[in-house]
Design a protein around this ligand. Structure first.
Ligand code: ADP
Length: 508
């Protein structure tokens, strides 16, 4: 079953394409990049051994066109395709087409993608393996009466979810019977337009859960292990922003119970390669399977930092038919790792994406800091793709030290030309509830108000990042706080003002 991989086509862009190219280079494997017209000079294109134009900027005409990707794979002589995350990474028919073309797909078998991509099917398969799921209907429901019956039995609130769901689409919380009819119709039509599949099912809506997920590695010979948990409860609009490992609520006992559950869930669909079992955990530490992501996750670096295991190397080795070189007991967990996603978005204005050219970029460095990024100074943040600029990860011996390190790195980060969420990230890291570990998936909705950022800007802690976010082409924007004067320079008093002055020098 061993199969050599000499050249990998990366069917993706941005930071994850760069991440995968690096892993291939480290293993002596050739790389082929694909790029849309918007990405002609992007880092992933410049780093790969070969690069091919795939089409115009919109992903429907470029990164999502299976035919073109397969054509380029054949033309370039690639013997494997890594799909990254997003785009075609969880598309079972893409994986099948790749295999049919005689090319290795770096990921699970199409059957596993198919099973886990249908939430009702996934729930059935893992339940049969003894994995607890959130109470819900076994099948999709097309009759409103069945939804009402479920709510009567389990009580409100309930959550109507798209069977083919992803990205929080087709999801509706229903708190009372009067909201049910509209929510049911709304979820169905949103699911139909987002996924071309209007099937919905119902779950009990867990109040104030935590989102905790387990990283899985499985080879082609049935060896399946986990690399511990990631705490991903800090989300805005159901999308993760700050992730860490370990979770403050997971002790050794819970980790081994959840880990066994995650391995059982992966085995239930005969999983191969790297994947993630997502769970909700309630206040009594009961855990429930939510879904499986059958691909590499954005937040995989925190696990790598804590275990020292390069997950992309492992993906490539597994795809080549190698056996996992270590067993569950060999995995060592060291220290604490936290990741902040740096997005081009405006935390003062409902996280509205911010597009434009990055006119200045000087990322943070130093002991224990890792940055994964797919764009350079002069690069463009366009409307076509996800506005994530970078992932900044800190690894230290303790959680407190990792927080301090990440805060330092966020302060050090210099970026101009687009608005960034750095002030928001600092807000999270500084919040007493984050510090104490008492938070859940409602953290942002409960605690975050843009006004608080403005107030915080007056304290020394977040001022630096705030200045970075508010200055564009050397000008102070109107969202600025009272601490700027008339000639477009910013004066902030207090300790640490030296580097702020330094930072502002180049703006004059
Ligand atoms: P998607 O695949 O659309 O991202 P998920 O099932 O992964 O949807 O859920 C995304 C987020 O929605 C979770 O992290 C959690 O915050 C919330 N969520 C999903 N199901 C429930 C539930 N039954 N109870 C409470 N919150 C939920």
């Amino acid at each position: 079953m061993k199969r050599e991989i000499k050249k990998v086509l990366i069917a993706n862009r941005g930071e994850i394409a760069v991440r995968i190219i690096r892993a291939c280079q480290e293993m002596g494997i050739g790389t082929v990049a694909i790029y849309s017209d918007a990405d002609r000079t992007s880092p992933h294109v410049l780093m790969a051994d070969q690069a091919y134009r795939i089409g115009p900027a919109p992903s429907r005409e470029s990164y999502l066109v299976t035919e073109k990707i397969l054509e380029i794979a054949t033309l370039s002589g690639a013997d494997a395709i890594h799909p990254g995350y997003g785009f075609l990474s969880e598309n079972a028919s893409f994986a099948s087409r790749v295999l049919e073309a005689g090319i290795e797909f770096i990921g699970p078998r199409p059957e596993s993608i198919h099973t886990m991509g249908d939430k009702t099917e996934a729930r059935k398969v893992v339940s049969a393996a003894g994995v607890p799921t959130v109470p819900g209907t076994a099948d999709a429901v097309s009759d409103e009466k069945l939804v009402r019956d479920f709510a009567r039995e389990f009580g409100y609130p309930i959550l109507i979810k798209a069977a083919a769901g992803g990205g929080g689409k087709g999801m509706r919380v229903v708190s009372s019977e009067s909201q049910l009819a509209a929510a049911f119709a709304g979820a169905q039509s949103e699911a139909l337009s987002a996924f071309g599949d209007g099937r919905v099912y119902v779950e009990k809506y867990l109040e104030r859960p935590r989102h905790i997920e387990f990283q899985i590695l499985a080879d082609k010979y049935g060896n399946t292990i986990h690399l511990g948990e990631r705490e991903c409860s800090i989300q805005r609009r159901h999308q993760k922003v700050v992730e860490e490992t370990p979770s403050v609520i997971v002790d050794d006992d819970l980790r081994s119970r959840m880990g066994r559950m995650a391995v059982a869930a992966a085995r239930a669909c005969k999983y191969e390669n790297a994947g993630t079992i997502e769970c909700l955990v309630d206040k009594d530490r009961n855990f429930y399977f939510l879904e499986m992501n059958t691909r590499l996750q954005v937040e995989h670096p925190v696990t790598e930092m804590r275990t020292g295991i390069d997950i992309v190397h492992q993906q490539l080795r597994i795809a080549m038919g190698e056996r996992l070189a270590f067993a569950q007991g060999d995995v060592q967990f060291r220290g604490h790792a936290i990741e902040c996603r740096i997005y081009a978005e405006d935390p003062f204005n409902n996280f509205l994406p911010s597009t434009g050219t990055i006119t200045h970029l000087k990322p943070s460095q130093g002991f224990g800091i890792r940055e994964d990024r797919g764009v350079e100074q002069g690069g463009e943040i366009s409307v076509y793709y996800d506005p994530m600029i970078s992932k900044l990860v800190a690894h230290a011996q303790t959680r407190d030290d990792a927080i301090l390190k990440l805060k330092r790195a966020l302060h050090e980060y210099e970026i101009l030309g687009v608005r960034v969420n750095i002030p928001f990230n600092l807000f999270v890291l500084d919040h007493p509830c984050f510090r104490s570990g008492e938070f859940d998936t409602h953290f942002v909705a409960t605690h975050f108000r843009p006004e608080l950022l403005r107030q915080a800007s007056e304290s020394d802690n977040t001022a630096a990042a705030l200045v970075t976010a508010m200055l564009e082409d050397g000008r102070v924007h109107s969202t600025s706080t009272s601490n700027h004067n008339q000639n477009n320079s910013v004066s902030i008093n207090g300790v640490g003002s030296k580097w702020k002055t330094r930072r502002l020098d180049y703006l004059r």
